[in-house]
Design a protein around this ligand. Structure first.
Ligand SMILES: [Zn+2]
Length: 266
């Protein structure tokens, strides 16, 4: 009978060697380093904690999302001071401010090679997506909203499957059970500086998007994006989708250029 201790040691050495080779090879592809610069792990504890923080409402600080509700030249009879009342177009929820480690994480994710961040980002944003879905819930619970990624910017737009916002929407979908759909076309780009013909073409591109053909036709939409600054892209997307007769109940984004002074949670 063979002595098991005589074969166990070489096997263990072979296993250790294999692990070392894998580690080295992976190290060549993705350095064993968190996007914040801390070494030894692909995602350090601090950054993991950052991505696990509760999403907060940021639409109040997105200038392009404000709709004028009321304009008073002088104080109203009810005592309201002269001024302009605004109401945000839609609720927007973000994991934090686009600065410091969160900015490093977003850039590492957007610039590729950090696919391991996608499920972590999705885990952070899933409660926000669920909260927005619950707020916009229809009587039939099976017809909750559809997650729609805002297309990547012109120039960096790549085919489906490599689009980072689409990957995030898919990952949030896996966590929440909400369906997701890609809208083809140039939905996310602003209208500024475009000729009427270009605008018309853009509108046609949106109209031929995949959403109206979905099995969930007419279901409301939650937009998914990486960073919100003024909210102009979310507004353009929401208005384009609105022209299709589809309601946008909110947006989830990883980071916001600004945070409100008083934090509001859903
Ligand atoms: Zn880190």
């Amino acid at each position: 009978m063979r002595d098991p201790t005589r074969t166990a040691a070489p096997r263990r050495r072979a296993a250790e060697l294999l692990v070392a080779i894998v580690r080295e090879t992976c190290g060549l592809l993705v350095p064993l380093e968190c996007p914040c610069g801390s070494e030894g792990r692909l995602l350090c504890e601090d950054c993991a904690g950052l991505l696990a923080s509760e999403a907060l409402r940021v639409e109040a600080v997105c200038d392009a999302l404000q709709l004028v509700q009321d304009v008073r030249v002088r104080a109203g009879e009810d005592g309201a001071p002269a001024g302009v009342d605004h109401r945000p177009l839609l609720p927007v929820m973000a994991l934090g401010e686009y600065a410091g480690p969160l900015q490093d994480l977003v850039l590492a994710w957007k610039n590729g090679g950090r696919a391991h961040l996608v499920p972590v980002l999705a885990r952070g944003l899933a409660p926000a997506a669920r909260a927005l879905a619950a707020a916009g819930e229809e009587p039939d619970p099976g017809r909750g909203p559809v997650l729609v990624p805002v297309p990547s910017r012109l120039g960096s737009r790549v085919r489906r499957g490599e689009d980072h916002t689409a990957q995030l929407a898919a990952a949030i979908s896996r966590r929440t059970g909400l369906p997701w759909e890609v809208l083809r076309g140039t939905l996310g780009e602003g209208q500024e500086g475009r000729t009427a013909r270009q605008r018309r073409r853009r509108h046609l591109a949106v109209r031929s998007g995949s959403l109206p053909r979905t099995r969930r036709e007419g279901a409301p939409v939650i937009l998914v994006d990486d960073v919100v600054t003024t909210g102009a892209t979310l507004r353009a997307s929401a208005e384009a989708i609105g022209r299709l007769g589809i309601e946008v109940v909110g947006a989830v984004v990883v980071a916001s250029a600004r945070l409100p002074a008083t934090r509001t949670f859903p």
